[in-house]
Design a protein around this ligand. Sequence first.
Ligand SMILES: Cc1cc2nc3c(=O)[nH]c(=O)nc-3n(C[C@H](O)[C@H](O)[C@H](O)COP(=O)(O)O)c2cc1C
Length: 395
Amino acid sequence: MQVRRCATLLIEPRESIGFDLNALLGGETGVRSVLEWIALTAHRDDEIALDAAEVALLGELSPNRWVSFDGLAQRHPRAVLDALLAKGLLIAQDGDGAASSEHAQHDEALRATHWRDLAAVMHRHTRWRGVDTEEAERRFSEASEQTFLERLGASPPPVRERVDARQRLSLQRPPHSALDALTERRVTCRNFDAHPLAQADFSAVLYRAFGARAVSDYAPGVQLLKKSSPSAGGLHAVEAYLLVQSVAGIAAGLYHYHPTDHALEPLHLLSADEAATLARTFVAAQAYYAQAPVLIALCARFHRNFWKYRNHAKAYRAVILDAGHLSQTLYLAATESNLGAFITAAINEADIEQAFDLDPMAEGPLAVCGFGARANKRVTVEFDPEGKVWTNSGH
Ligand SMILES: Cc1cc2nc3c(=O)[nH]c(=O)nc-3n(C[C@H](O)[C@H](O)[C@H](O)COP(=O)(O)O)c2cc1C
């Protein structure tokens, strides 16, 4: 059997602070600090505790060169090697060169995607599963009587001023334009109308935000897309996966948007209740966003971007920026159609991957957007200080 270290590995010396009531009763502070080594790798979801012998051995293993397991066992304790194999940090292949375990297959798939190590570990381990932000807020307020601001103190000032006001060079304000009129009405929507969204509005917003205007044959086997937003390398690796709850003439369910055909690819039909449950899960229980008639998981096909920007230090950042651009265009397209839109980064990525059957390190959600008609009345707060969308009475 041949072995090598897994492709990505970050070993974190972590301090966990706990509380020991008995120690407190015994006259001590009761605060217990536990220091341990935690391995984070991009081919596994779990955080893996290591002992000092495992850490030392990992430092001696190549992530690239295969070596004989028996040869290693002559120089290192067998128990440590077996532990690393079981933890999926030592990867084995059998005599035919085939991956010998599920961990080994995931490690192989990760290598083929060309992630930068740090970005890969960060992406994998910042994903949520089953997080309920409403519940977390409840626990937060129960734990202390202090308000959020009392705990955090004042924020840093809104603007960093580098020179004295008298030294500033004043610039001319432009005449009011159509773009100004549109962007003034771009207000994140947290109050959606319960009636089904008109299909024409649904289709128009999708086309303007995600539709490809042209497909360019850049080179043999390489096609670039022209859309309304910029994209790193023109690759448009971020695609729209839809959870349709309430659109006239379209069954509730999960869909993939086809950007060159401007069409929906049905993946899984849902009852209204199933769709509502999934919507709540997608946005980590933010009830006001879960009510949107259409939710869109912006999912990056990492392998498309990393095909070009392979192992690049900035590639992951570029993909996230692509998602941000798409979101702003979605907001503007919705606003132009007199609809409201939102984006949230507080999402349960792992649940979304499962719903759409996505391999997390090949293709995964970065944010969830949504849009729909605004309700007549504002129940949940929106940021509209100039009253461009809502009057002060909330209508
Ligand atoms: C990356 C990103 C993440 C956001 N996440 C959340 C969120 O989790 N929950 C939420 O209510 N709003 C979220 N928002 C919306 C912001 O709260 C909103 O943009 C902000 O309050 C300013 O309001 P405006 O968009 O109407 O100007 C997010 C916005 C961005 C750009």
